[in-house]
Ligand binder design. Sequence first.
Ligand SMILES: *Cc1c(COP(=O)(O)O)cnc(C)c1O
Length: 427
Amino acid sequence: MSFQSLVEKATIPQESGLMPSTPFDANSFNQVVMSTYGRFPLALERGAGCRVWDTQGKEYLDFVAGIATCTLGHAHPAMIEAVTRQIQKLHHVSNLYYIPEQGELAKWIVDHSCADRVFFCNSGAEANEAAIKLARKYAHTVLDIANPIILTANASFHGRTLATVTATGQPKYQKNFDPLVPGFYYVDYNDIAAVEAAVTELDEGNYRVAAILIEPLQGEGGVRPGDVTYFQKLRKLCDEIGILLIFDEVQVGMGRSGKLWGYEHLGVEPDIFTSAKGLGGGIPIGAMMSKKFCDIFQPGEHASTFGGNPFACGVALSVCQTLEKENILENVREQGARLREGLRAIAYKYPEHISEVRGWGLINGMEINPESSLTAPDIVKAAMDEGLLLVPAGPKVVRFVPPLIVTQQEIVQALKAVEKVLEKITA
Ligand SMILES: *Cc1c(COP(=O)(O)O)cnc(C)c1O
């Protein structure tokens, strides 16, 4: 069955036979699931392409994509084929043995990036943990630093484990989880003087900066693209003093920016970089790549039970091959430009509420004027009523991260919804 006919079939809920007879019961849900998330009153049941349906059968245009994750949208035939094939063949074995799918996926990544080798895990936080551990071991064994410090940026996001939440330069995520992990220090993003000052100031006794962990574009922190000059100076500084430059590509990587990796926008290559969200198109997988420092970890020093299993790697490989075969990056650039242009035209009509539209490819943010009383969640809620799913990136930025297969028609539809939302919300 073709993708188009799958999408068409899925748009006829009464024929799907999937409609539940009773509405979703949020109270029962909340009694048994921990309240770690602030949830919208919406339960999604199925999807096809860039569309999802809630348990009442209402259709939404999905510009969240599991937060920049479902790169091929929902129910893509390539994923259905890969998932089915892999579950029938072999889904999980231990890393005690060679896993051919893992080798094939690593080969694809190495062939399509500056990486020499890959370590597989299951999420973005885990990939960053691996990078942090690699950097620390490098600091101890190569740089001879007893107390290595890793610099990260204010307003960054690197995950929720203790080490990655410490690396995350946002106090709101760290509150009440102290004592945090030692060895991290924060500098302002896109500010080279701040990095230079930190490197000098933190060089004392057994303490020294060993690495910088940074996003090529800050996603959660407000969709803030990295500055080319800043990143080039950062690369030069790291080379001069022999410290590691680590890029967190968990959100911006795997084609979301219109290039396969965010660093391609900046004209520099990292020593280490991490990927997760889009890598498996929605199947949990994470990866940590390194360019030169591939022999730092020795057998037994780092591991993951699920990491790199045949299922996750087989599906991720098919996602990667589909991105390439269907020339999806070109679509990302074209539709991304169309979306930004449309959002800017809307923003132009509401200067008192919208101050900026920015981003790369299909990761874009619409910033609300600090003087406006509107918040990002206000716009997200109003958009949901209009059948468009969006996600905040901080209190004042609305994020647009649709599947990378989004069509021109869907961009136009989303823009119409945003226009309507602003009309209503500012009336
Ligand atoms: C989402 C995200 C993470 C964390 O990924 P998880 O899979 O949720 O652990 C890390 N870094 C960046 C830049 C992210 O966007």
